[in-house]
Design a protein around this ligand. Sequence first.
Ligand SMILES: Cc1ncc(COP(=O)(O)O)c(C=O)c1O
Length: 453
Amino acid sequence: MTFEERTLAIVRKALGEMERGFQHLPEHQMVFDAEGAEEVLMEVARRMRDNYPYHHPLYAGQMLKPPHPVAQAAYMLSMWLNPNNHALDGGRASSAMEKEAVGALAAMFGWKEHIGHLTSGGTVANMEALWISGKLAPGKPVLASDQAHYTHSRISDVLGLRFQVVPSDDDMVMDVRALRRAVKERDVGVVVATIGTTGAGTIDPLPEILEMGREFGFRVHADAAYGGYFTLASDLPPRTREVLDRLSEVGSLVIDPHKHGLQPYGCGCVLFRDPSVGRFYRHDSPYTYFTSSELHLGEISLECSRAGASAVALWAMQRALPMVRGGDFARGLDKGREAALGLYHKMREDRRFLTILPPELDILVFGLDGESASRISERSEKLFQEAERAGLYLAKFRSSSRVLERRWKGVEFDRPEVVLLRSCLMKPEHLEWVDGIWERLCRSVDNVLGTSK
Ligand SMILES: Cc1ncc(COP(=O)(O)O)c(C=O)c1O
């Protein structure tokens, strides 16, 4: 059995408990063809088999992490009501849970005062943050590094804001000297610091960016969609710890519970340090906000309808696994990181592999040795396929040759980009699977290099 099913019985029990709250209503049954439903669902199940096994530790490719069983069950349970957290009319209980869950996220960064809400994901959350930055500094550009998530430039385009790329340095983080040059040249509205880049999991130099922000008067937004939860982790390198500790100083921050927060998809979060930015969200609606004078979350959110189930699931998970340093949730993050470091050290001791940096969080980027960028790229493509044949699922990453030139002496950089392999070791279970992953990886490498016995 590879799927966790123990929660199904609990959902059934909890459903009865929830239903008791609606017993005053006259009997009512939805009319539908239950037999037909079974047929359709069996077909759905068969179609869904065509997915990669994201839930299994041998899936160690893209940034995908299974939700916690409690979050999954709470989401499922809410489906019998399907709350909408736009207005209290649509989701009174789930809105209260959203405020508590978002408050807990803000508290994780040391913010007592804040304004924020859940979004459908990191893209919309970042869009709201850049939208507010644009309102605070009209006409001034958005700056982000070339390792920032691709959506920042597109979001800026949608918002009608100018976007400027800051080059990254050899450590694949924003080059602070290039940033200084850029902010000296023109007035900048906001600089996006990526706290955990999507490609290699590196962390931008936030302390220097914050200090420059004070000197030149720009706002700092942290895209911590992937890396934010690591503020709870232990044994981080001192520099990483320093950056995460200083997240409390940014103007706005995005963290995605559907990445590292063990949540089903549809759960991002944007937080603003200054609650007064709520004024930019002010709008009127003749058809909502009439059941209560209390704040409706739709009054501080760009999206209208939002899944109340996401808030319920997040709240439930935070109850089951409190977000505290040293707790089980934090330990889960440590385990993924230990797994990534464990594999990195194995690669460092094996001359067939090329590495770039030790994983700062839990993403590992690597390649197979070769005389040229073309040969390394070709081997990455082959290894990607061989690994899948061996039941190990990896991802790919294209790195600019410029970043690698100083590290990989003796390699001829005959093309501007090198294809590498990327592995997001995000599941706590990955730690127990390091040897199993390594064994499959080595077998696949033998097949690529023709060294199998
Ligand atoms: C750093 C970062 N920011 C933003 C996003 C976009 O988030 P979403 O896919 O939830 O829209 C991602 C997605 O991987 C990310 O890694």
